[in-house]
Design a protein around this ligand. Structure first.
Ligand SMILES: [Zn+2]
Length: 273
């Protein structure tokens, strides 16, 4: 999806460290699920689909095809590891965001992983970024980001906090991964390579497996809340609606109101998409 450009997440991402012993020390928080319990369900959400191609107008590579391919590869990797896997879509169909959330919320002992690729008018924009919203989602976001960035040649744009609909409305740990910019020639070339998409899927799967084993020195409160932008209408969303949604989120999370305000200012000046 198109994105805004500011880099609060970069410093945070550099603080991600793998733990030798899972779930201990270093400020690590247990994810919403526990190791050694019944197998978790992984709800995989391939971004966009059907009439919603994703990306920005005029973009040559359809984001919806890349997301579905990575999602299907991720399903295969996780299924081979005995995870129960559910897909919000498994073909080129449009699935409303509310339906995606309803599917995710119908499972307990589950996590939700949304697969996206980025886009912007600035072709030099590059890198991988991972979003979360709820506190319980940060360990999963940290782990997935750690592995995907580690396995990809792309730049590290950090773990970021934003109230995307699919992240705000889900009641299980939920993460949205932006697997690189399809508007960047180098990253687009990678994305169009099957072996690279397989690599992305394997690294995301490693993050799911290691969700209790990668600690972030950051807390969900220390990561600035970026203004909410609708996942499927980024290019058209008005400043007014973003601001209003942001304020609503800020009220819920008192401690993040200050950084969120600065994030709003940054977004208003740095927005490119
Ligand atoms: Zn997208």
């Amino acid at each position: 999806m198109p994105t805004n450009f500011f880099r609060h997440g970069l410093a945070i991402a550099s603080l991600l460290v793998p733990l030798l012993a899972s779930g201990t020390a270093c400020g690590g928080r247990a994810a919403g699920t526990t190791e050694n319990s019944s197998p978790i369900t992984v709800v995989i959400d391939a971004g966009h689909g059907g009439h919603d191609r994703g990306g920005i107008p005029g973009q040559s590579i359809p984001e919806k095809e890349m997301t579905l391919d990575v999602a299907q590869r991720l399903r295969n990797v996780l299924a081979a590891s005995s995870y129960r896997v559910v897909m919000t879509r498994d073909s080129d169909v449009f699935v409303p965001l509310a339906t995606r959330v309803a599917i995710a919320n119908s499972y307990r002992n589950a996590v939700f992983v949304c697969i996206h690729f980025n886009a912007t008018k600035r072709i030099g924009a590059e890198g991988i970024e991972t979003y979360f919203y709820s506190r319980d989602s940060l360990p999963l976001a940290s782990a997935i980001h750690y592995y995907v960035v580690g396995g990809a040649p792309s730049a590290n744009r950090g773990v970021r906090r934003r109230g995307y609909y699919v992240l705000r409305k889900t009641s299980i740990p939920a993460v949205l991964v932006e697997c690189g910019f399809l508007t960047n020639p180098t990253e687009a070339a990678y994305a169009q390579t099957a072996s690279y998409r397989q690599k992305l899927a394997e690294e995301i799967a490693a993050g799911v497996r290691g969700r209790n084993s990668v600690a972030s020195a950051a807390t969900s409160e220390s990561i600035p809340l970026q203004p909410y932008i609708d996942q499927t209408k980024v290019a058209k969303s008005s400043h007014h609606s973003s601001k209003r949604s942001h304020k609503k989120s800020a009220r819920k999370k008192k401690s993040s109101s200050k950084p969120a305000d600065s994030a709003t200012r940054a977004a208003s000046t740095d927005r490119e998409g």
